[in-house]
Design a protein around this ligand. Structure first.
Ligand code: SAH
Length: 244
């Protein structure tokens, strides 16, 4: 490399470091601030969630996944706030603390398959993809689902398979699942999803409507197939739609 090329190269690097170009490492600082905000929320909600911190692997996934890639361009500067943000179509990308909590509640392991209902921005799927073998994710809004499928493939998340459909009936083709995550609020737990959960499996789902308190609910199917539920935390999610 000539001295001229070297100087041009160094100049380009400096420009990059000073701009907000995605991929430039300046998002790392913001991501670490987000991690510390999540930890503050974990401490604040300790009496609900019964723990002082999320699993280290879950936090590592959140340190790694570039949330700024999953928000609309006009909200780039807010990508690492510990808040939900609008993603168009009346939908939202969930609050980072809630994404961490739901992921932690599933006890993800490297050999597992997970079903997600409500792909949305793809952020939750991307977090899960770092922790399990396969993520299957269903979105009901075709345009949103297609855009997110393209994004996930551009970012190289190749263990996530997406599908456009009403998620009420799950995705029988790949069932049973080690765990299921529902990211839209519904008045009841859809029986097809319980059916597609493995024995020993876990499902996390916001139960309630727009007009009631919604509770993030933990559903566990034991090794005999007996199902128990418990309310974890009051939450606010966008509604589960479709014809159920
Ligand atoms: N997991 C998403 C959260 C998106 S908000 C993220 O990380 O960004 C919830 C999503 O659920 C919305 O995109 C909404 O369109 C979708 N949804 C609502 N009802 C659905 C249904 N019946 N089947 C599949 N997706 C549904």
């Amino acid at each position: 490399m000539s001295a001229k090329h070297l100087i041009v190269g160094i100049f380009a690097l400096l420009v990059c470091m000073h701009s907000g170009i995605p991929g430039a490492d300046n998002y790392r600082v913001q991501r670490m601030n987000m991690i510390s905000d999540i930890q503050d929320d974990v401490r604040r909600t300790e009496r609900f969630i019964n723990k002082k911190s999320f699993n280290a692997a879950v936090m590592q996934a959140m340190e790694k996944v570039p949330r700024h890639e999953f928000v609309p361009t006009e909200l780039l500067s807010r990508a690492y706030e510990n808040r939900p943000l609008p993603i168009g179509f009346g939908q939202t990308i969930s609050q980072p603390y809630i994404v961490g909590l739901m992921t932690d509640l599933l006890h993800p392991r490297a050999d597992q398959s997970v079903l997600e209902i409500g792909t949305g921005s793809g952020y939750q799927a991307a977090i899960l993809s770092q922790l399990v073998a396969r993520v299957y994710s269903i979105e009901i809004i075709e345009q949103l689902g297609n855009a997110t499928t393209k994004l996930l493939s551009r970012l190289g998340y190749d263990n996530i398979k997406t599908h456009i459909a009403d998620g009420y009936n799950g995705w029988p083709e790949h069932a049973p699942y080690d765990s299921i995550i529902v990211t839209a609020a519904i008045s009841h737990i859809p029986p097809p999803l319980v059916q597609q959960l493995k024995k020993g499996g876990r499902m996390v789902i916001p139960v309630g409507t727009r007009f009631q308190t919604q509770y993030l609910t933990m559903v566990e199917k034991d090794l005999q197939g007996k199902v128990t539920t418990r309310q974890v935390l009051p939450v606010i999610f966008v509604p589960f739609t479709g014809g159920h």
